[in-house]
Design a protein around this ligand. Sequence first.
Ligand code: QAP
Ligand code: CO
Length: 174
Amino acid sequence: MKLTIVEYPDKRLKQKSLPVEKFDGGLHELLDAMYDVMMESNGIGLAAIQVAHPLNVLILNIPDETGEQPRENLIEMINPVITAKEGETTYQEGCLSVPGFYEDVNRFELLVVNYQDRDGNTKTLEADGLLSIAIQHEMDHLNGILFIDKLSYIRRKKFEKEYKKIQKEKKTAK
Ligand code: QAP
Ligand code: CO
């Protein structure tokens, strides 16, 4: 399976994803293909809707202190649910579906998340730092929400202007 990333303003990114019911080979194939496209694109997180599969599936591979992303650090979350959240933090986020634009977003600092792994086993994870931010960013995708949807009116306007410019530059570079 070869996947391509769906980019804003594609309406598919506004779709709500559905729960995974079958933990079968099809799911494993999707997860493996998501990993490949995320690493090829220099990403740290990806939701299935970003590759046109509206399922409650996300993957995360947060760089370590040396900036490496070894495959054993990969986290695959199926049907994630936040069961506790605490504190506040701000981080300059980006998104593979909004290439070239970065802006500060407010998030919870700490999370507890329940989810299933690729075999349907139930897991619990306590997350802080960049992992916590990335989980919240990717779980927003499952609800059809992009980080640019969380910006103030003024910053959203700034985004629309800058993104148009980025798109124009891409066209002339082709
Ligand atoms: C979501 O984002 C995230 O614009 C994952 O040109 C972001 O992997 C989680 C990327 C911030 C936590 C904090 C973006 C790559 C990758 C771009 C990404 C680009 C190339 C974004
Ligand atoms: Co994103």
